[in-house]
Design a protein around this ligand. Structure first.
Ligand SMILES: [Zn+2]
Length: 84
């Protein structure tokens, strides 16, 4: 039998369906990728994608939200995400 009603969300990059605990929630605010705060449109990205699919994340977000975020390097990506 399946576990009962564990909320799952889909990683927008790899389309994996995972529990919320396995995902990181982000939002786009003023054209910038940020950690999800309280409101606004948000999406989930899984840990695995965050660690290795960073260029794909940027591409996916750009396409989905019609943005032109850029990612110069993997290290730069973490700076792209503002948790402030
Ligand atoms: Zn993923």
């Amino acid at each position: 039998m399946r576990e009962k009603n564990i909320p799952v969300r889909m990683c927008i990059v790899c389309k994996s369906r995972l529990t919320k605990e396995s995902l990181h929630r982000f939002q786009i605010k003023d054209g910038i990728l940020k950690m999800f705060e309280k409101s606004g449109r948000s999406f989930y990205i899984c840990e695995a994608c965050l660690n290795k699919n960073q260029h794909k994340i940027i591409k996916t977000i750009n396409k989905k939200y019609n943005l032109t975020l850029s990612c110069k390097s993997d290290e730069n990506f973490k700076e792209t995400i503002s948790d402030g």
